[in-house]
Design a protein around this ligand. Structure first.
Ligand SMILES: [Fe+2]
Length: 155
């Protein structure tokens, strides 16, 4: 596979995982009703930690590389906005965990509010990922970076 297609396929495959898992979390939240939110909160916290790692790799390695030849300031701004909403969701996960340790107050969990936050994240992160994919599509990258540069980015 040429490095342009390789990059594009790799990015898309990571993003597909994030898209699919977030849709699952939303579905799980929507069907929670009066069941314990603990498994949902655990999976969400795990999801957010993977997403943080993904952003950190992009911020530290990918964006500086792309910035040599394209304006990626919008991506970095998106990440900051995403981090804010991710922080809110994490705080909710933490608070619920603390509550759960003290007593079994599961019925007090605001599942609607939590679902709303997950949807807010989806509505921000989906277009962001799509834009990253579009702006680094093989045809665009071919006009800007040599195969050697691409290999370096991917290494
Ligand atoms: Fe990103």
């Amino acid at each position: 596979m040429d490095p342009y297609t390789n990059w594009s396929a790799t990015l898309k495959s990571f993003h597909d995982h994030f898209r699919r898992d977030l849709c699952r979390l939303i579905q799980e939240a929507e069907s929670l009703k009066r069941k314990s939110p603990k498994p949902l909160l655990r999976s969400t916290a795990q999801y957010l930690s993977y997403l943080h790692t993904h952003h950190t790799i992009e911020d530290r390695r990918i964006f500086p590389f792309l910035a040599r030849k394209m304006d990626v300031s919008g991506f970095a701004k998106d990440h900051k906005q995403l981090e804010k909403i991710m922080e809110k969701i994490e705080q909710t996960c933490e608070e619920e965990k603390r509550k759960g340790e003290r007593c079994q107050e599961e019925e007090t969990f605001d599942v609607e509010g939590f679902t709303k936050l997950l949807k807010e994240l989806r509505d921000l992160v989906f277009p962001h990922m799509r834009l990253e994919e579009d702006l680094t599509a093989p045809e665009k990258m071919k006009s800007l970076f040599s195969p050697e540069e691409m290999r370096l980015m991917l290494s």
